[in-house]
Ligand binder design. Sequence first.
Ligand code: ARG
Length: 603
Amino acid sequence: MRFYGIIATMIKEQIQAMLFEALTKLGYPTETIQIDQPTQMEFGDYSSNIAMQLAKALKKNPLEIAKQIAERIGTNENVESVTVLPPGFINFKLSARVLRNELHTILTKKEAYGTKNVSNQRHAVVEYSSPNIAKPFTIGHLRSTIIGNAIANLLEATGWDIKRDNHVGDWGTQFGKQIYAIEHWGNLEELEKSDRPVKLLVELYVKFHQEAELHPEIEDEARAYFKKLENGDAEMRNMWQKCIEWSWKEFDSLYQRLGVHFTENAGRGYGESFFEDKMAAVIQELESKNLLKESQGAKLVFFENDNPPPLMILKKDGATLYATRDLATDKFRLETYGSDIKIINEVGAEQALYFQQLFKTEELLGWIKPGQRVHIKHGLYRFKDQKMSTRKGNTIWLEDVLDEAVKRAYALRQHENEFDGPEVVTHNVKISPAARKHNLGFATPLNNSEKIAIGAIKWNDLKKTSAQDVVFDWDEILNMQGNSGPYLQYAYVRCRSIIQKMAEVQSGTISPEAVFDESEQRLMRTLLHYPEVVTKAAESYAPHVVCTYLFELAQTFNLFYQNSPILKAEPQKQSLRLALTEATSHILKNGLYLLGIETVEKM
Ligand code: ARG
């Protein structure tokens, strides 16, 4: 494996090797030696708790062991100091030579810094978004889209070959009701012409349920409709296909706005209906492996001690379920992409138990090894009120949320000269149609307001562990002073404007004698951890690790900018500071890009 961030990684490995050697010489057991970052930069750049581990195993004093090891190691041209901290940490501080070299590497590799240059030996399907046809694209689907896309990016950046799939819900008994409603109360022409056909379809679906309360018999008619659809009735198939096309009209525009794409099935992903004819083989395999048990006419897979509870595969009328299609989906993936492919689903935490049942079933079938199936859970979005429900019609439409975000981001931009002031967010701005046309046209490439708005929503979604619930609060999302997308984008803008102002100064050349003052050091010591952050985020499927790091970097840069004037500095300092600014801009851009957030040049 070769890293672009070659120096820091080599140093990290070198520190590992130095520790290994010291342990051997001292006659201590040498297991895996983990290297972390100390809690405070003052303590050093890297840290090891190996002495504490040894002390526990050998029942000795950790501080004594740490001192012994530190003495053995000593310093060298790359490691400036090795210090010991109670209760037994060994801390390593890198030398100015390493800082200079790493800075040079960032400037050379630019936006490729931090990504791994390995051939794609590891492969995975990352499935995300997965909205339902004729249903609103919910905030839950938005979370899945944003988080799943970031995870796919992170894995790709660390050398994985990634299939991006979208398990669209385009099959199920609800299509009987939907088609019934379209045929009885729908206006095809209007549906055909509409920009937001899903809204109309949902209204029709809601109407079905209202009518069914008065006339329960239409439920049976809808069931008959679905049976006809299943049996390939041409008219039913045609209406169903239309529902798919109308829905994709909206999905396509959302994905374009969000800058998200899929690689499978010509970019649409394999929806549930693709597996309609692939379920029989799964049922057969389950039967032949004796995994299906009958209970009250239905067929289920039971697990040891009923933990988790049984998973239904066939209803008593012989109908298949969501689970049956998921099994067929994974069988298809394992057969198509290779039996060792990792399969990652980004789906709401409310389906956690279901995925547990699914994975257990796949293990019982002998399809997968432990760890080969991963469910990345996301928590709910909390607007002031409750979770959204399609049936009752109190839906929050994603397009409206995005439009509102753009409107507010535009308001933010009108205050561009006040960005360093205390409060710049203005709400409820009225924008003239002309201004809207100029600044808010949703053309590609996206204009700045759109990039800031979408970036703000994405950052809000990614900055915490995905399993946590997200509170949707405009003030927080667009807060220029806080942990927000605009704050990060603005740090990048600031870097770029400094670089542009100083166009005549050469930043690429770093003098071999260059010394780093306090705030320059702080910035450089933050920058050099970026490659490890990307690796850690990818390994733990945790985009928030990148957010935490980037927010810290932006804050560190802002302090540096306050403390280390560039314009007035003497030439050598000037070029070092400019180099640091440029390096910061590369890492901000690279990191945001991995999160799916575009940078802007002006705000
Ligand atoms: N369409 C489903 C929903 O909206 C999510 C699908 C998740 N993926 C899966 N393989 N089951 O709830």
